[in-house]
Design a protein around this ligand. Structure first.
Ligand code: ARG
Length: 587
């Protein structure tokens, strides 16, 4: 990988071995970005103690830094070395090394990013909306973030199992099925019926359940029949599931999310596994009766008064619940899917639920050191008033309306740019759809996934700033350079040379791509990639303003700048694709 940090780490480790002996060969040289050079090695400070002990004489970090530098081989890699402050080693890379590595990004497959040497089987669980309910902004965010994680981990060479854990089981289905029967199921097939307006459908069922005793009785009986596997009840349940799936799929297609029906493994999938899961917990003495309910008490979880907090596994009425279902899910993923890692991309409010489920799963031995389970806690999405996003009437905001609004605002901004008049209406609409959707997706991805953020359509659709449209525009602009010059970017592979400072900064930025993707996947932090692409776009903008490409002073420089532009284009399009952000051909 053309990663400067890795290259320098290896080089400084050689120096450490040469200076202090083979026991230091594996010491982390602590290479960090620096204001004063390309990178800085901060290892000298941490060597004071061991070297003082070894030499029986007080050592100082500056002296240690000098000893390292004396053994440091610059080779084709390092240009300048300087010891500063208490013992920082400032390192400046050679221009021709940077250029050669940027060339690799341009010409090697996968932008010279190697596949992982330790591929894992990873479940990425995301989106997970509820059947017969509208998706809300929380689901929007888990969908977008989860899809980016799945793409990134796949690119790194892991085996990714995408898993849409839809809420398609449980007590609400009694009332939903009875309500479906009341309005007539043929209506369910009709897209304009009240069934396709899921919020209204759910609310109507709920109201009847709360006000009509007879209806409530029917609903309760229906739940029992559903759980007993009554064929007619299951058929009706399937009708509801199918209407919802159609709706989920329209959202996924519009967002360009890779989830399909094959990725759905909803709560109902685990229904038959609930009893054996509970049995195993009882056999292992983990589940015990408490006030008629079967509970597990994972160590370390206590309530206000210090009393142990239960995970309820079977209610006193014999019914199973959300926790039972999640325990069966963990067990299935470990025992049957044999996963190494599971990432739950789910809202932060469910943090305690997952902590306790994971704790019980550890007690049962399903989770152990060989399996990593993590809750990627998705922060709340707020309205511009800083409160939970709601409609003016206080209801849940419909996702499709939110997306329409973003696309509309993107359109206004697009139309305000003068030269856009050259696009016909259909092309314009296509571009604007990509810009609006890209704006929403980038806004979701550019902040750390666990922080709250304000869903501000005005801000996210800006063409300038840390936004999706800015990144799309930067990419399109590179394409337009090639179009104007009549050059195919695929063939722009002339040798890259570094003359101008802005060329150097851009080339150096290109080299970080692989490490950033790796960290984004390893730490489940796609915002790192989102932030990197913004910096790359900025570096390109500055290059473009300072270094004429098509009108470069000579052929060699022109070829080099075209090659640098092509490498940037490749990195931008690959990176944006990993985030699932569409890029229009022109805009
Ligand atoms: N359906 C749930 C909701 O909308 C999310 C499911 C999360 N996943 C899980 N394994 N519990 O809140």
């Amino acid at each position: 990988m053309p990663d400067p940090q890795l290259a320098l780490t290896a080089r400084v480790q050689e120096a450490l071995t040469a200076a202090f002996g083979p026991s230091y060969a594996g010491t982390d040289p602590v290479i960090r970005p620096s204001q004063f050079a390309d990178l800085q090695a901060n290892v000298a400070m941490s060597l004071v103690k061991p070297l003082t002990a070894e030499r029986g004489e007080k050592q100082n970090p500056r002296g240690i830094a000098q000893e390292i530098v004396a053994k440091l081989d610059r080779g084709d890699l390092i240009d300048k070395i300087e010891v500063s402050g208490p013992g920082f080693i400032n390192l400046t890379l050679r221009d021709d090394w940077i250029a050669a590595q940027a060339q690799r990004v341009l010409t090697e497959p996968r932008l010279a990013v190697p596949e992982t040497e330790t591929p894992q089987r990873v479940v990425v669980e995301y989106s997970s909306p509820n059947v017969a309910k509208e998706m809300h902004v929380g689901h929007l965010r888990t969908t977008i973030v989860g899809d980016a994680l799945a793409r990134i981990l796949g690119f790194l060479g892991h085996e990714v199992i995408k898993d849409n854990h839809v809420g398609d089981w449980g007590t609400p289905f009694g009332m939903l099925i009875e309500h479906l029967l009341d309005i007539g199921e043929e209506k369910a097939a009709d897209d304009d019926s009240s069934v396709s307006d899921l919020t209204a459908f759910y609310q109507a069922a709920r109201e009847k359940f709360d006000s009509d005793e007879k209806f409530a009785d029917r609903a309760r009986r229906r739940v029992v029949e559903l759980q007993a596997g009554d064929p007619e009840t299951l058929r009706l349940w399937q009708v509801l599931v199918d209407v919802s799936k159609r709706y989920f799929n329209t959202v996924y297609r519009r967002l360009g999310v890779t989830l399909t029906d094959d990725d759905i493994k909803g709560e109902s999938f685990y229904n038959d596994l609930l009893a054996p899961t509970v049995q195993e917990l009882e056999d292992k003495g983990i589940a015990v009766l408490s006030d008629g309910a079967l509970c597990a008490f994972p160590p370390g979880f206590t309530g206000r008064e210090g009393e142990p907090l239960p995970v309820i596994i079977r209610k006193s009425d014999g019914g199973y619940n959300y926790s039972t279902s999640d325990l069966a899910t963990v067990r299935y993923r470990v025992d049957t899917e044999h996963v190494d890692r599971m990432i739950y991309v789910v809202g932060a409010p469910q943090a305690l639920h997952f902590q306790m489920v994971f704790a019980v799963a550890r007690m049962a031995g399903w989770l152990n050191d060989g399996v990593r389970a993590e809750h990627a806690q998705i922060g709340n999405v707020l309205g511009t008033d800083g409160k939970m996003l709601r409609t003016r009437a206080g209801g849940t905001v419909k996702l499709s309306e939110l997306l329409d609004e973003a696309v509309e605002r993107a359109g206004e901004r697009f139309d305000a740019v003068e030269h856009q008049a050259e696009f016909d209406a259909a092309t314009r609409d296509e571009i604007v759809e990509k810009v609006g959707i890209g704006a929403v997706k980038y806004a979701d991805l550019s902040v750390a996934l666990d922080s709250e953020y304000i869903f501000d359509i005005d801000r996210m659709t800006l063409f300038n700033g840390k936004t999706g449209p800015y990144l799309q525009y930067a990419t399109v602009r590179i394409r337009s350079i090639f179009r104007k010059g009549g050059v195919d970017p695929e063939t722009a592979t002339d040798p890259i040379k570094i003359g101008h400072e802005a060329e150097r900064a851009l080339a150096l930025k290109l080299l970080d791509f692989g490490a950033v993707v790796q960290q984004s996947g390893e730490l489940s932090e796609p915002h790192r990639l989102a932030g990197y692409l913004f910096e790359l776009a900025q570096a390109f903008t500055s290059f473009f303003e300072n270094c004429p490409v098509l009108n470069a002073p000579d052929e060699e420089t022109r070829g080099s700048r075209l090659a640098l532009s092509a490498a940037t284009l490749r990195t931008m399009t690959t990176g944006l694709d990993l985030l699932g952000i569409p890029v229009p051909e022109r805009m």
